[in-house]
Design a protein around this ligand. Structure first.
Ligand SMILES: [Zn+2]
Length: 241
């Protein structure tokens, strides 16, 4: 906080020309009103519980318990997931081992290979990264989230037809788990509780741009610290889209 105050003071003393001041004011306004990067969190909790983790597939409803949203302010580079970024982002949040870490980003350009992806997950593991706009899709956003959560427990394999693990997630029809998948999911350490009182805990993490914080100078220090942390991530795991 001390550093933030110091920077704000020095900016105020800079006495920019009127034209510069107007441009800066305009930029700050645009950051607030319409940030360049705008990931957001959509949990799709109701649909996930009723249509996928509900009685049709499991005979009872698995409760999805979303913890409060954690906001990570990162270098813009981490808003679009490229090679190495999965581990770098994962290293910035530490939750419980039996809790799913669900990151919402702007874009995923690498997941075991280069491409345009809407989701990427440890297969198996407990980390999921999704495109926030895809997760918000009112038709199949819940299928995407269930699919990636499925990878954390079911591994890298894909299914067919209306199975949740069909490699194409953009269909509202892909809401089925088969008996083998149900058994594996119920045996996962990510499913807590007993009998028909089971639950999955999820940490939603909003990955936000530093650009939306209108004190750029202070961010250099913060981003340096985040960059250093990112280098610590070196795990090799299978990733699935
Ligand atoms: Zn997949």
């Amino acid at each position: 906080m001390t550093k933030l105050s110091a920077t704000a003071t020095s900016v105020a003393r800079a006495r920019p020309t009127l034209k510069t001041a107007l441009v800066v004011a305009s930029l700050l306004t645009s950051f607030v009103a319409a940030p360049t990067w705008a990931a957001f969190v959509t949990t799709q909790e109701a649909k996930l519980e009723s249509l996928i983790f509900g009685t049709t597939n499991f005979g009872f409803q698995i409760d999805l318990r979303f913890n409060p949203v954690t906001t990570l302010v990162v270098d813009d580079e981490l808003l679009d997931i490229n090679q190495g970024d999965f581990n770098a982002l994962d290293a910035l949040f530490t939750g419980a081992l039996n809790t799913i870490e669900l990151f919402f980003v702007d874009a995923i350009s690498y997941c075991g290979g280069v491409g345009g992806f809407v989701g990427c997950a440890d297969a198996p593991g407990n980390t999921v990264i999704v495109s926030s706009s895809a997760a918000a899709n009112t038709s199949w956003g819940h299928v995407l989230l269930a699919h990636e959560i499925g990878h954390t427990m079911l591994g890298i394999a894909h299914g067919a037809g209306n199975n949740v693990m069909n490699g194409n997630v953009d269909s509202a029809l892909h809401v089925d788990f088969d008996a083998g998948q149900v058994s594996t999911i119920l045996g996962s350490n990510l499913v807590q509780g007993i009998g028909s009182n089971r639950f999955i805990v999820i940490d939603p993490i909003l990955v936000s741009s530093a650009a939306v914080v209108p004190i750029p100078g202070a961010l250099v220090l913060l981003l340096s610290a985040i960059g250093s942390l990112g280098l610590l991530g070196g795990r090799t795991r299978q990733r699935a889209t």
